[in-house]
Design a protein around this ligand. Structure first.
Ligand SMILES: Nc1nc2c(ncn2[C@@H]2O[C@H](COP(=O)(O)OP(=O)(O)O)[C@@H](O)[C@H]2O)c(=O)[nH]1
Ligand SMILES: [Mg+2]
Length: 312
Protein backbone atom coordinates (compact mmCIF):
# COMPACT_ATOMS: atom_id res chain seq x y z
CA UNK A 1 0.00 0.00 0.00
CA UNK A 2 2.82 2.42 0.87
CA UNK A 3 4.31 1.90 -2.57
CA UNK A 4 0.98 2.60 -4.24
CA UNK A 5 0.64 5.83 -2.26
CA UNK A 6 4.18 6.88 -3.17
CA UNK A 7 3.39 6.27 -6.83
CA UNK A 8 0.16 8.27 -6.51
CA UNK A 9 2.00 11.22 -4.99
CA UNK A 10 4.38 11.11 -7.96
CA UNK A 11 1.33 11.45 -10.21
CA UNK A 12 1.36 7.98 -11.70
CA UNK A 13 -1.97 7.29 -13.42
CA UNK A 14 -1.91 3.54 -12.83
CA UNK A 15 -1.64 4.02 -9.06
CA UNK A 16 -4.38 6.65 -9.17
CA UNK A 17 -6.68 4.29 -11.08
CA UNK A 18 -6.04 1.45 -8.64
CA UNK A 19 -6.67 3.60 -5.58
CA UNK A 20 -9.91 4.96 -7.05
CA UNK A 21 -11.04 1.38 -7.63
CA UNK A 22 -10.35 0.62 -3.96
CA UNK A 23 -12.53 3.61 -3.02
CA UNK A 24 -15.31 2.45 -5.35
CA UNK A 25 -15.17 -1.04 -3.88
CA UNK A 26 -15.29 0.31 -0.35
CA UNK A 27 -12.04 -1.45 0.47
CA UNK A 28 -11.10 -1.55 4.17
CA UNK A 29 -7.73 -0.05 3.21
CA UNK A 30 -9.34 3.27 2.16
CA UNK A 31 -9.09 5.06 5.55
CA UNK A 32 -5.36 4.25 5.71
CA UNK A 33 -4.84 5.66 2.20
CA UNK A 34 -6.85 8.81 2.85
CA UNK A 35 -4.99 9.36 6.12
CA UNK A 36 -1.65 9.18 4.32
CA UNK A 37 -2.57 11.53 1.49
CA UNK A 38 -4.60 14.20 3.28
CA UNK A 39 -1.66 16.46 3.98
CA UNK A 40 -0.72 16.32 0.30
CA UNK A 41 -4.03 17.81 -0.82
CA UNK A 42 -5.23 21.36 -1.27
CA UNK A 43 -3.33 22.48 -4.35
CA UNK A 44 -5.91 21.53 -6.98
CA UNK A 45 -8.58 23.96 -8.11
CA UNK A 46 -11.80 21.99 -7.79
CA UNK A 47 -14.43 22.90 -10.34
CA UNK A 48 -17.99 21.59 -10.24
CA UNK A 49 -20.00 21.53 -13.47
CA UNK A 50 -23.73 21.01 -13.17
CA UNK A 51 -26.85 21.48 -15.30
CA UNK A 52 -29.67 19.56 -16.94
CA UNK A 53 -28.89 16.41 -18.90
CA UNK A 54 -27.93 17.16 -22.49
CA UNK A 55 -26.90 20.80 -21.97
CA UNK A 56 -23.42 19.85 -23.12
CA UNK A 57 -21.53 19.59 -19.83
CA UNK A 58 -19.27 16.78 -20.99
CA UNK A 59 -18.56 18.50 -24.31
CA UNK A 60 -17.76 21.71 -22.44
CA UNK A 61 -15.47 19.89 -20.01
CA UNK A 62 -13.67 18.34 -22.98
CA UNK A 63 -13.14 21.77 -24.56
CA UNK A 64 -12.06 23.39 -21.28
CA UNK A 65 -9.65 20.52 -20.59
CA UNK A 66 -8.02 20.89 -24.02
CA UNK A 67 -7.59 24.61 -23.29
CA UNK A 68 -5.99 23.83 -19.92
CA UNK A 69 -3.62 21.34 -21.54
CA UNK A 70 -2.46 24.09 -23.92
CA UNK A 71 -1.66 26.09 -20.78
CA UNK A 72 0.32 23.12 -19.40
CA UNK A 73 -2.16 22.39 -16.63
CA UNK A 74 -2.94 18.80 -15.67
CA UNK A 75 -6.60 17.88 -15.31
CA UNK A 76 -8.57 15.21 -13.46
CA UNK A 77 -12.19 14.65 -14.45
CA UNK A 78 -14.84 12.75 -12.50
CA UNK A 79 -18.21 12.23 -14.13
CA UNK A 80 -20.81 11.26 -11.60
CA UNK A 81 -24.22 9.93 -12.31
CA UNK A 82 -26.46 10.40 -9.28
CA UNK A 83 -29.16 8.21 -10.80
CA UNK A 84 -27.01 5.12 -11.00
CA UNK A 85 -25.28 2.87 -8.50
CA UNK A 86 -22.91 1.66 -11.16
CA UNK A 87 -20.17 3.40 -13.10
CA UNK A 88 -20.21 3.47 -16.88
CA UNK A 89 -23.60 3.08 -18.46
CA UNK A 90 -25.10 6.52 -18.93
CA UNK A 91 -21.68 8.09 -19.23
CA UNK A 92 -20.58 5.89 -22.08
CA UNK A 93 -21.10 8.73 -24.57
CA UNK A 94 -18.64 10.87 -22.62
CA UNK A 95 -15.87 8.42 -23.29
CA UNK A 96 -16.42 8.97 -26.97
CA UNK A 97 -16.61 12.77 -26.53
CA UNK A 98 -13.37 12.78 -24.59
CA UNK A 99 -11.56 10.00 -26.43
CA UNK A 100 -8.60 12.14 -27.52
CA UNK A 101 -8.03 13.15 -23.91
CA UNK A 102 -8.00 9.59 -22.65
CA UNK A 103 -4.54 8.96 -24.08
CA UNK A 104 -3.04 12.18 -22.66
CA UNK A 105 -0.96 11.37 -19.54
CA UNK A 106 -1.77 14.87 -18.20
CA UNK A 107 -5.47 14.02 -18.10
CA UNK A 108 -7.26 11.47 -15.95
CA UNK A 109 -10.92 10.64 -16.56
CA UNK A 110 -13.16 8.48 -14.44
CA UNK A 111 -16.88 8.06 -14.19
CA UNK A 112 -18.69 6.63 -11.23
CA UNK A 113 -22.15 5.92 -9.94
CA UNK A 114 -22.82 7.69 -6.70
CA UNK A 115 -26.20 6.90 -5.34
CA UNK A 116 -25.66 6.52 -1.63
CA UNK A 117 -27.92 4.75 0.81
CA UNK A 118 -29.34 8.08 1.86
CA UNK A 119 -29.47 9.72 -1.57
CA UNK A 120 -27.21 12.58 -2.53
CA UNK A 121 -23.50 12.04 -3.05
CA UNK A 122 -21.69 9.28 -1.23
CA UNK A 123 -18.56 10.01 0.68
CA UNK A 124 -16.56 8.15 -2.00
CA UNK A 125 -16.69 11.13 -4.34
CA UNK A 126 -14.81 13.23 -1.77
CA UNK A 127 -12.16 10.52 -1.57
CA UNK A 128 -11.80 10.43 -5.35
CA UNK A 129 -11.41 14.22 -5.48
CA UNK A 130 -8.76 14.04 -2.73
CA UNK A 131 -6.90 11.31 -4.65
CA UNK A 132 -6.87 13.41 -7.84
CA UNK A 133 -5.71 16.43 -5.84
CA UNK A 134 -2.93 14.44 -4.11
CA UNK A 135 -1.81 13.02 -7.45
CA UNK A 136 -0.87 16.59 -8.39
CA UNK A 137 -3.63 17.48 -10.84
CA UNK A 138 -3.80 21.27 -11.15
CA UNK A 139 -7.48 21.19 -12.02
CA UNK A 140 -10.10 18.71 -10.83
CA UNK A 141 -13.45 18.86 -12.63
CA UNK A 142 -16.52 17.12 -11.24
CA UNK A 143 -19.48 16.74 -13.59
CA UNK A 144 -22.91 15.99 -12.25
CA UNK A 145 -26.44 16.14 -13.61
CA UNK A 146 -28.31 18.83 -11.74
CA UNK A 147 -30.98 16.86 -10.02
CA UNK A 148 -32.18 17.24 -6.47
CA UNK A 149 -29.58 17.34 -3.80
CA UNK A 150 -26.66 16.53 -6.07
CA UNK A 151 -26.13 20.06 -7.38
CA UNK A 152 -26.16 21.48 -3.88
CA UNK A 153 -23.68 18.84 -2.81
CA UNK A 154 -21.44 19.57 -5.76
CA UNK A 155 -21.47 23.29 -4.93
CA UNK A 156 -20.39 22.48 -1.39
CA UNK A 157 -17.54 20.38 -2.69
CA UNK A 158 -16.21 22.71 -5.39
CA UNK A 159 -14.13 25.87 -5.19
CA UNK A 160 -15.87 27.11 -8.33
CA UNK A 161 -19.26 25.93 -9.56
CA UNK A 162 -20.29 26.33 -13.18
CA UNK A 163 -23.99 26.01 -14.02
CA UNK A 164 -24.59 25.11 -17.66
CA UNK A 165 -27.76 26.07 -19.48
CA UNK A 166 -28.72 26.35 -23.17
CA UNK A 167 -30.79 28.75 -25.33
CA UNK A 168 -34.49 28.03 -25.21
CA UNK A 169 -34.40 27.03 -21.59
CA UNK A 170 -35.13 30.77 -21.23
CA UNK A 171 -38.69 30.27 -20.12
CA UNK A 172 -37.64 27.95 -17.41
CA UNK A 173 -35.11 30.45 -16.11
CA UNK A 174 -38.04 32.36 -14.62
CA UNK A 175 -38.93 29.32 -12.66
CA UNK A 176 -35.36 28.22 -12.08
CA UNK A 177 -34.96 27.08 -8.57
CA UNK A 178 -34.36 30.09 -6.37
CA UNK A 179 -31.23 28.48 -4.97
CA UNK A 180 -29.46 28.32 -8.30
CA UNK A 181 -27.81 31.71 -7.86
CA UNK A 182 -26.41 30.55 -4.58
CA UNK A 183 -24.91 27.55 -6.32
CA UNK A 184 -23.50 29.23 -9.44
CA UNK A 185 -20.21 31.09 -9.47
CA UNK A 186 -20.26 31.16 -13.25
CA UNK A 187 -23.20 30.75 -15.64
CA UNK A 188 -22.54 29.29 -19.05
CA UNK A 189 -25.02 29.44 -21.93
CA UNK A 190 -23.79 26.57 -24.05
CA UNK A 191 -24.88 25.85 -27.65
CA UNK A 192 -24.73 29.57 -28.43
CA UNK A 193 -24.36 28.46 -32.04
CA UNK A 194 -28.12 27.90 -31.84
CA UNK A 195 -30.70 30.73 -31.92
CA UNK A 196 -31.89 32.45 -28.76
CA UNK A 197 -28.58 32.57 -26.87
CA UNK A 198 -28.59 36.37 -26.52
CA UNK A 199 -32.03 36.38 -24.91
CA UNK A 200 -31.05 33.64 -22.50
CA UNK A 201 -27.88 35.54 -21.51
CA UNK A 202 -29.95 38.70 -20.98
CA UNK A 203 -32.56 36.92 -18.91
CA UNK A 204 -29.92 35.36 -16.73
CA UNK A 205 -28.14 38.70 -16.27
CA UNK A 206 -31.42 40.34 -15.27
CA UNK A 207 -32.15 37.58 -12.81
CA UNK A 208 -28.69 37.89 -11.28
CA UNK A 209 -29.02 41.69 -11.04
CA UNK A 210 -32.18 41.30 -9.04
CA UNK A 211 -30.88 38.65 -6.77
CA UNK A 212 -27.33 39.60 -6.16
CA UNK A 213 -25.39 42.53 -4.89
CA UNK A 214 -22.54 40.33 -3.84
CA UNK A 215 -18.79 40.85 -3.82
CA UNK A 216 -18.49 38.36 -6.67
CA UNK A 217 -20.35 39.31 -9.83
CA UNK A 218 -21.50 36.06 -11.40
CA UNK A 219 -20.54 36.21 -15.08
CA UNK A 220 -22.88 34.85 -17.77
CA UNK A 221 -20.86 33.46 -20.66
CA UNK A 222 -22.34 32.43 -24.01
CA UNK A 223 -20.26 29.81 -25.78
CA UNK A 224 -20.24 26.89 -28.13
CA UNK A 225 -18.42 23.86 -26.81
CA UNK A 226 -18.62 22.24 -30.22
CA UNK A 227 -17.16 25.20 -32.13
CA UNK A 228 -14.81 26.11 -29.31
CA UNK A 229 -15.95 29.74 -29.06
CA UNK A 230 -16.09 31.33 -25.62
CA UNK A 231 -13.85 28.72 -24.02
CA UNK A 232 -11.03 31.12 -23.15
CA UNK A 233 -13.64 33.42 -21.56
CA UNK A 234 -14.66 30.54 -19.31
CA UNK A 235 -11.04 29.85 -18.37
CA UNK A 236 -10.57 33.55 -17.57
CA UNK A 237 -13.71 33.56 -15.44
CA UNK A 238 -12.52 30.47 -13.55
CA UNK A 239 -9.13 32.11 -12.91
CA UNK A 240 -10.79 35.37 -11.82
CA UNK A 241 -12.97 33.44 -9.44
CA UNK A 242 -9.96 31.71 -7.87
CA UNK A 243 -8.24 35.11 -7.50
CA UNK A 244 -11.37 36.40 -5.80
CA UNK A 245 -11.48 33.40 -3.47
CA UNK A 246 -7.86 33.72 -2.41
CA UNK A 247 -7.95 37.49 -2.01
CA UNK A 248 -11.07 37.45 0.14
CA UNK A 249 -10.49 34.46 2.38
CA UNK A 250 -13.50 32.76 0.77
CA UNK A 251 -11.30 29.86 -0.31
CA UNK A 252 -10.69 28.88 3.29
CA UNK A 253 -14.43 29.07 3.99
CA UNK A 254 -15.26 26.94 0.94
CA UNK A 255 -12.78 24.26 1.89
CA UNK A 256 -14.19 24.20 5.40
CA UNK A 257 -17.66 23.71 3.88
CA UNK A 258 -16.32 20.80 1.85
CA UNK A 259 -14.76 19.11 4.88
CA UNK A 260 -17.93 19.69 6.83
CA UNK A 261 -20.12 17.96 4.25
CA UNK A 262 -17.57 15.19 3.79
CA UNK A 263 -17.48 14.60 7.52
CA UNK A 264 -21.28 14.45 7.68
CA UNK A 265 -21.39 12.07 4.71
CA UNK A 266 -18.82 9.82 6.38
CA UNK A 267 -20.65 9.77 9.68
CA UNK A 268 -23.95 8.94 7.94
CA UNK A 269 -22.21 6.18 6.01
CA UNK A 270 -20.67 4.64 9.11
CA UNK A 271 -23.90 4.75 11.10
CA UNK A 272 -25.79 3.33 8.12
CA UNK A 273 -23.28 0.50 7.79
CA UNK A 274 -23.68 -0.30 11.43
CA UNK A 275 -27.44 -0.33 11.19
CA UNK A 276 -27.39 -2.40 8.01
CA UNK A 277 -24.93 -4.86 9.47
CA UNK A 278 -27.74 -7.14 10.53
CA UNK A 279 -25.61 -9.86 12.04
CA UNK A 280 -24.28 -7.30 14.49
CA UNK A 281 -27.65 -5.89 15.49
CA UNK A 282 -29.80 -8.95 15.00
CA UNK A 283 -29.76 -10.12 18.63
CA UNK A 284 -30.39 -6.64 19.98
CA UNK A 285 -33.27 -6.02 17.57
CA UNK A 286 -34.88 -9.39 18.38
CA UNK A 287 -34.83 -8.76 22.12
CA UNK A 288 -36.05 -5.16 21.66
CA UNK A 289 -38.97 -6.44 19.56
CA UNK A 290 -39.79 -8.81 22.44
CA UNK A 291 -39.68 -5.91 24.90
CA UNK A 292 -41.88 -3.76 22.63
CA UNK A 293 -44.34 -6.64 22.16
CA UNK A 294 -44.61 -7.07 25.91
CA UNK A 295 -45.38 -3.31 26.11
CA UNK A 296 -42.42 -2.86 28.39
CA UNK A 297 -40.99 -0.28 26.03
CA UNK A 298 -42.24 1.71 23.02
CA UNK A 299 -40.48 1.64 19.59
CA UNK A 300 -39.18 5.22 19.93
CA UNK A 301 -37.48 4.60 23.24
CA UNK A 302 -36.14 1.29 21.94
CA UNK A 303 -34.61 2.94 18.86
CA UNK A 304 -33.01 5.59 21.04
CA UNK A 305 -31.61 2.99 23.40
CA UNK A 306 -30.08 1.02 20.49
CA UNK A 307 -28.59 4.21 19.00
CA UNK A 308 -27.05 5.17 22.32
CA UNK A 309 -25.51 1.72 22.43
CA UNK A 310 -24.01 2.16 18.95
CA UNK A 311 -22.53 5.54 19.78
CA UNK A 312 -21.21 4.50 23.17
N1 LIG B 1 -25.10 22.69 -31.22
C1 LIG B 1 -24.37 22.37 -30.17
N2 LIG B 1 -24.48 21.14 -29.63
C2 LIG B 1 -23.71 20.84 -28.55
C3 LIG B 1 -22.81 21.78 -27.97
N3 LIG B 1 -22.21 21.19 -26.91
C4 LIG B 1 -22.72 19.94 -26.81
N4 LIG B 1 -23.62 19.71 -27.80
C5 LIG B 1 -24.37 18.46 -28.05
O1 LIG B 1 -25.31 18.24 -27.01
C6 LIG B 1 -25.46 16.85 -26.76
C7 LIG B 1 -25.24 16.54 -25.29
O2 LIG B 1 -23.90 16.81 -24.94
P1 LIG B 1 -23.23 16.26 -23.62
O3 LIG B 1 -21.90 16.93 -23.53
O4 LIG B 1 -23.25 14.79 -23.55
O5 LIG B 1 -24.24 16.85 -22.52
P2 LIG B 1 -24.31 16.52 -20.94
O6 LIG B 1 -25.38 15.52 -20.76
O7 LIG B 1 -24.69 17.82 -20.31
O8 LIG B 1 -22.96 16.03 -20.52
C8 LIG B 1 -24.44 16.13 -27.66
O9 LIG B 1 -25.10 15.65 -28.78
C9 LIG B 1 -23.47 17.24 -28.01
O10 LIG B 1 -22.86 17.03 -29.25
C10 LIG B 1 -22.70 23.08 -28.59
O11 LIG B 1 -21.94 23.95 -28.19
N5 LIG B 1 -23.49 23.30 -29.67
MG1 LIG C 1 -22.32 14.36 -19.47
Amino acid sequence: MTQLITQLLKGESAALARLITLVENNSPTVPEVMKAIHKHTGTAHIIGVTGTMGTGKSTLIGAVTRAYRKRDKTVGIVGIDPTSCFSGGALLGDRIRMQDLATDPGVFIRSMGTRGVLGGLTSSIYDVVELLDASGKDIVIVETVGVGQSEIDIAKMADTTIVVTVPGLGDSIQTMKAGITEIADIFVVNKADQPGADETVLQLQQMLCMNHLDEWQIPVIPLSSIKGTGISEVINAINNHMDFLTETNHLRKRRRTRYESELLALIKKKVMHFVLDESRLQGTIESMVDTISRKEMDPHSAAEKILKGILA
